[in-house]
Structures are given as C-alpha cells and as structure tokens.
Design a protein around this ligand. Structure first.
Ligand code: MF3
Ligand code: CO
Ligand code: CO
Length: 272
C-alpha cells in the first residue's frame, strides 16, 4: 500500500457489485444499530477537557460488552475503535492524550462488526460553545448527507447522489473533499463501489435493490485539498480550514433505501 488513501476515487474497490438478500439486510440492521448506539453512548461525554483516548476506550468497552468487534482495530495498522477528527482534520484522526476544548467541532467515526456484518457511521459533535460559522458548516454537512441519501434509490445513479451533495455544499460556498469517498460494505469493511461525493446527474453506477454502501461526505469551509500528516493517517485540510463529515451505512430497497445506522434515540445531528 503506497498511501492511506485507500478510499481514493480512481484506483480502489473495482469489481462486481453484490446484491444482497433479506438475511443480509437483517445482519446489516444489527451491525448498523450497534454502531449508532456507540455514538449515542458517547454523546454526553463529548465535552471540553475530555481526552479523546478515553472516548476510544469507552467505545472499545461498549463494543466488547455487546460481544461484537471493532473493525478498525488492526485495520491496516490502525489500532483504535474510533477515528476522532477535530476542526481542520478531515478524517481518520487518531485518538490521543489530547483534550477536546471549548469551540471544537469533532467527527467521531465508528465501525463495528456483528456476525461478520459491518456497521459504519459517523456524526459531528459540538464541544461547548461553537461559533456560528462552524455550526453552519456542521448543519450543511448533515444536509448534504441526507440529500445524498434521498437520491439513493433504484434506477438512480451514484452520480445523482454525488450531484445532490456537491450542489448543496457549493451553494453554501463550501467544497467537497475529493480524496476520500464512501464505499460498498457488508461482510467486507470496504468494497465496490466507490461512492464519490461529487458528480453529474445520470452518471456512474446504476443503483439496484440489495446494494449496500456508505455515504460519508467530507465538506470543507475552504478549498477541498487535503494533506496527510506524518502519522500516515490523519488527513487535514491543506488550507487549515474547518472540515465536517457525517456518515451512514445504507441498503437500497425496492422503493428507496434503508438507513442501517440511524440513531435509535434520535441523536441525528447537533445540538443533541
Ligand atoms: N470508518 C472509516 C470509513 O468511513 C474508515 C476508518 S479506517 C481507520 O470508511 F483505519 F482509519 F480506522
Ligand atoms: Co465508511
Ligand atoms: Co466510517
């Protein structure tokens, strides 16, 4: 592997697209629900002065107690249950001894494995008092995710999904990160298709019932360039502008889609 950009748009996850049946939907429902419950559980703990490694430990303990696995531990050399990406960090932030501080915006991304099925989801959290500008970025990023999900139905294409996300972000003068994308998942953590968060209507993979994938737009307040830190994981905005992200795992149904990772307690987006 030359780079941690394994979700890179052009070179990864080529291959036939799996169409899953009812038993697989049931498996994804359970995995997605557990992933969502990890974020629900963490929500009251995301406060000023909390150490991000402690959040990671809470997630590990919670997942273990459910008899499930953490997909990211030992994944390509990553060794934590969570990615915690603060402010200008675009994705794949590594939990550390650093404390969250008042005014931070934070993405927490968790992937669990239940009976082989993967549930992958992330949400933004506001730490203490967050300036309006940053809160707007978080709100628009959530809207981008949900507008993308609305387009995910049989007969539509991944281009339709990307276009919905890109046009909403750019309408607000934000930019959509190009270097990372969503991905198929199921019994694998990452597989075809690449779910690019920009696009043109009618282009790309045609969606069919039984397809499983994530949508996980990363939206920057500045321009879309990213830079990898020396740790080989942490991706930051090149211009150090703020970045936000939300992620759901979904399955295409006969009539639309099912969100596997919806919060069972309604913690969809801040304020919680
Ligand atoms: N959960 C991330 C995703 O949405 C992947 C994290 S891989 C890790 O695909 F190794 F960085 F944890
Ligand atoms: Co993902
Ligand atoms: Co994720």
């Amino acid at each position: 592997m030359t780079t941690a950009l394994y979700q890179t748009v052009n070179d990864a996850h080529e291959g036939p697209l799996r169409l899953h049946g009812a038993a697989a939907f049931e498996g994804m429902r359970r995995a997605g629900n557990l992933a969502a419950r990890v974020l629900d559980m963490l929500t009251p703990h995301v406060q000023p002065d909390v150490v991000t490694l402690d959040l990671d430990r809470m997630a590990w303990d919670f997942v273990q107690a459910q008899g499930a696995h953490s997909a990211t531990v030992f994944y390509r050399g990553f060794s934590h249950s969570l990615c915690i990406s603060v402010n200008q960090v675009v994705c794949h932030g590594i939990p550390s001894a650093k404390k969250l501080k008042d005014g931070d915006i934070v993405n927490i991304d968790v992937t669990v494995v239940v009976d082989g099925w993967h549930g992958d989801t992330s949400r933004m959290f506001l730490v203490g008092d967050v300036p309006l500008k940053a809160r707007r970025l978080v709100d628009v990023t959530y809207e981008c995710l949900m507008l993308g999900i609305e387009m995910a139905r049989p007969g539509n294409t991944l281009g339709d999904v990307g276009h919905a996300i890109q046009s909403h972000a750019e309408k607000h003068r934000y930019s959509v990160v190009r270097d990372f994308c969503g991905h198929g998942l199921g019994l694998n953590f990452h597989e075809a298709p690449n779910v690019v968060h920009v696009g043109k209507p009618g282009r790309g993979v045609v969606l069919r019932p039984g397809m499983f994938f994530t949508i996980e737009p990363m939206i920057n307040a500045g321009s879309y360039g990213v830079k990898m830190l020396d740790d080989g994981w942490t991706a930051v905005t090149r211009d150090r502008s703020l970045s936000a992200q939300f992620e759901h795992s979904i399955g295409i149904t006969d009539t639309g889609n099912e969100i596997f990772t919806a919060s069972p307690t309604g913690l969809t987006a801040p304020p919680y």
